[in-house]
Write a protein that binds this ligand. Structure first.
Ligand SMILES: [Zn+2]
Length: 135
């Protein structure tokens, strides 16, 4: 699998903080209800903290009360890559940045949230960077 943005691990480590590296490159998970964007309602675009690709927008963000920023759809369907994840004894769908392959979170569906897709992209705040809308 080749991504548009690929770097050796040491470059990612130099570019990212240790906590960013742990989540983005080692598929870690930040603690629930601690991430900086969990309850953020600011209008804007959420980009990949590793490569800057635009991934989600505030329009699709909703309050899931699960402890992580939740979106019912990505900004563009091609912006993220979905990968089957059977780690930790669970069958889940991992969400990665389609441009650099960095780990963002997981997507769940059929949970009954009143959103247009009934999907919940459960994304680590630390994987994203919010660029607030101007004016
Ligand atoms: Zn990326």
């Amino acid at each position: 699998m080749a991504y548009e943005v690929e770097k050796p691990d040491e470059e990612w480590q130099a570019q990212l903080t240790p906590s960013e590296y742990q989540v983005l490159r080692l598929a870690g998970t930040e603690p629930a209800f601690r991430g900086e964007y969990t309850d953020t309602k600011t209008k804007g675009v959420y980009s990949c903290r590793a490569c800057g690709a635009e991934l989600f927008t505030s329009n699709e963000k909703f309050e899931s009360h699960c402890g992580w920023p939740s979106f019912y759809d990505p900004k563009d369907s091609g912006a993220v890559e979905l990968v089957a994840d059977t780690s930790h004894g669970m069958i889940r769908t991992e969400v990665r940045c389609a441009r650099c392959g960095s780990h963002l979170g997981h997507v769940f569906e059929g949970e009954g949230y009143p959103t247009p897709t009934d999907q919940r992209y459960c994304i680590n705040s630390i994987s994203l960077r919010l660029e607030p809308e101007e004016g």
